[in-house]
Design a protein around this ligand. Structure first.
Ligand code: AMP
Ligand code: MG
Length: 395
């Protein structure tokens, strides 16, 4: 039997980072930048008003107070978006709106609140310092400076910055493209009435969501019956242009193990000393990495967490590919089988953790409301309430 770490390193070795791509901004959220972003222009691009008010020469208002207001003729009205060049004559004012270009010669903006708001001759009741309420060209970003670093993940704010700089796209590490395919003759799509012995297929939607949640792109293949020809045909029909194939089911020790039967020779089928998730497989199909997970839903999702999620995110350049791990204190006694790494579902509250539901691998209900995995070592068979146990934080 392989250890968890041995299989982790075999699976991690399959992943390849895709060549950087220039993608439109809307497709880059959450992806890693493949190069520094250098500002092609300054921000602000021109001196402009930080307030709705009046552009003035500050020295015209030195003595302006509530009791001795200063009156200035209003020569121009400058809304945001006005593009013709303007010059302010000393002894006059231009009405100006937030974001509008400051006229040449103006040295400050008086907020409308300190005036009567007039459009012909304005009465101003306060003085202003030179430079006040002006946003100076380049005070945020200087053209030519590095504003985002290679390796940084694209956030909504980074997208705002890129757009403000007039960049239509960004050079990023493209997302991994993952094909998810489930197998089992007993499986039926939700919505179709079940015959006795049939169950609803649940792994595909669950793993597709887990793949997407990890930041990758996913395609779901039609599920395959436990028939080698059907399986091969379905796989061949959907495996083009993907970076990873994930199958579920058909890899354990019974008969009708369709994945094993179809991929013997290309995929190495192994047992990993863990619970759940002992039967595993990995390899290359026509050069495309494939990881074959067991079919029990809990095994499938726990296996995805343990073997796939981290390297998948690492292949996309994610700086923290792994789930946060730490120790939490058990609220109850627990037992665990000797010789297997046990991943139990748990609920983490502060520093305490309670195991949640039985260890068996078909109990989806508990998994659905768990927020962590407890990782119990191979040589640990009993843990007492209060003992520290490593947890993977799934939140
Ligand atoms: P297998 O790994 O194919 O032997 O399947 C193990 C168990 O998981 C069996 O009870 C299957 O019916 C169940 N199972 C396998 N695939 C799925 C699936 N996609 N959705 C729900 N249950 C499944
Ligand atoms: Mg099966």
């Amino acid at each position: 039997m392989r250890t968890v770490e041995e299989h982790q390193s075999v699976v991690a070795g399959l992943f390849k980072t895709r060549a950087p791509q220039q993608l439109p901004l809307v497709r880059t959220l959450g992806l890693a930048l493949a190069a520094d972003v250098v500002a092609p222009l300054s921000l602000p691009g021109f001196d402009n008003s930080a307030m709705d008010g009046y552009a003035v020469v500050a020295s015209d208002l030195t003595d302006a107070t509530d009791r001795h207001p200063v009156r200035l003729p209003v020569d121009e009205d400058i809304p945001a978006g006005r593009t013709d060049p303007l010059t302010l004559k000393p002894g006059t004012a231009h009405r100006i709106m937030t974001g509008a270009p400051l006229p040449t010669g103006a040295t400050a903006v008086v907020p409308v609140e300190s005036t009567d708001g007039a459009t012909d001759t304005v009465t101003i009741r306060a003085s202003v310092r030179p430079g006040q309420h002006i946003r100076t060209a380049g005070e945020d970003v200087t053209a030519g400076s590095t504003v985002l670093q290679a390796g940084q993940l694209v956030t909504p704010a980074a997208l705002g910055l890129a757009a403000a700089l007039g960049l239509p796209d960004l050079l990023v590490v493209p997302p991994q493209r993952v094909l998810v395919m489930s197998t089992g003759t007993e499986l039926v799509a939700p919505g179709i009435p079940l015959l006795p012995g049939q169950i609803y297929e649940s792994n595909a939607v669950m793993l597709a969501a887990a793949v997407r949640d990890a930041g990758a792109e996913v395609t779901v293949a039609p599920m395959s019956a436990d028939d080698v020809d059907t399986f091969r045909a379905t796989l061949a029909g959907h495996a083009a242009d993907v970076d990873l194939i994930i199958t579920t089911g058909g890899v354990s020790a019974g008969a009708y193990e369709v994945v094993k039967d179809a991929l013997a020779g290309q995929v190495e089928f192994v047992k990993v000393a863990m619970q759940p998730g002992m039967p595993q497989g990995s390899g290359l199909v026509d050069g495309t990495p494939i990881v074959t997970l067991p079919g029990n839903p809990v095994s499938a999702l726990v296996s995805f967490e343990v073997f796939i999620r981290g390297p998948l995110r690492a292949a996309m350049g994610h700086p923290q590919p792994d789930r946060p791990r730490r120790a939490a204190f058990l609220t109850e006694d627990l037992t665990s089988p000797r010789g297997k790494r046990q991943f139990r579902r748990g609920v983490l509250t502060g520093d305490s953790v309670s195991s949640y539901g039985p260890p068996a691998s078909h109990h989806l209900r508990w998994l659905a409301s768990a927020n962590c995995l407890l990782e119990i070592d191979e040589d640990v068979t009993e843990l007492a309430a209060g003992a520290p146990v490593p947890v993977w934080d799934l939140r």
